[in-house]
Design a protein. Structure first.
Length: 213
């Protein structure tokens, strides 16, 4: 059974994540645009939800938890979505960039290489870089080598109707981990509208879908 998203049940999951990967330098992060700098009002989510804003359906497959997030802020290709429990997910044109309040904190990801291939509908190889916070509040950087491939056309049902997309797969490996991300891409808008993405070692896969564009 899928449980409704509750921050209290997720905040402590995955804080002991660790990595044997070597730390990498030069990771470009955009969290400075979105990191919460002040206490957010509990009414913030309700106020945003009453406005005509994008709504993001999410589901943590391995945790059996699902919920809805509302678009709070957009800065160029980056969009931050807020949950009722004031957790947040930052997407970069549909790619998972950072996440807080849901399991192990992903404080930033450099996904520029696979993003370029996926949004163009092209196959090829790419590197991605993730920065997590471990149980000692230290940043741990991980590097992944990925193969991107096109799987063919696919329709996605949104509230506004069916959208024609191309399904793209991204298979990634590091020295200690491997995962496969799936993206349903609207090539006309050059944006991911539905995805299944790896969120972290203890959090597992995250499914996202824009339901109110």
């Amino acid at each position: 059974m899928i449980r409704t998203l509750m921050l209290a049940g997720l905040a402590t999951i995955g804080l002991n994540a660790c990595s044997n990967d070597k730390e990498q330098s030069g990771i470009a992060l955009a969290t400075s645009y979105f990191a919460p700098s002040e206490i957010v009002s509990p009414d913030r989510f309700s106020d945003l939800f009453s406005e005509p804003r994008s709504v993001l359906d999410i589901e943590f497959l391995d945790l059996g938890v699902a919920g809805k997030l509302i678009l709070e802020q957009r800065d160029g290709p980056f969009a931050r979505y807020l949950s009722a429990d004031l957790g947040g997910i930052v997407l970069q044109r549909g790619f998972l960039h950072s996440i807080y309040g849901f399991g192990e904190p992903l404080i930033g990801a450099d996904v520029s290489e696979p993003l370029r291939l996926v949004l163009a509908g092209h196959s090829g190889f790419a590197d991605r870089f993730h920065t997590y916070v471990n149980g000692e509040d230290r940043a741990i950087n991980r590097t992944y080598r990925c193969e991107v491939s096109a799987k063919g056309p696919s329709e996605v049902e949104l509230e506004a109707g069916a959208v024609s997309t191309i399904l793209m797969a991204e298979v990634c490996q590091s020295t200690a981990q491997s995962f496969e991300n799936l993206y349903w891409v609207d090539l006309g808008r050059r944006e991911v509208i539905q995805s299944r993405q790896w969120a972290g070692e203890n959090t597992g896969y995250l499914v996202t879908r824009v339901t109110r564009p």
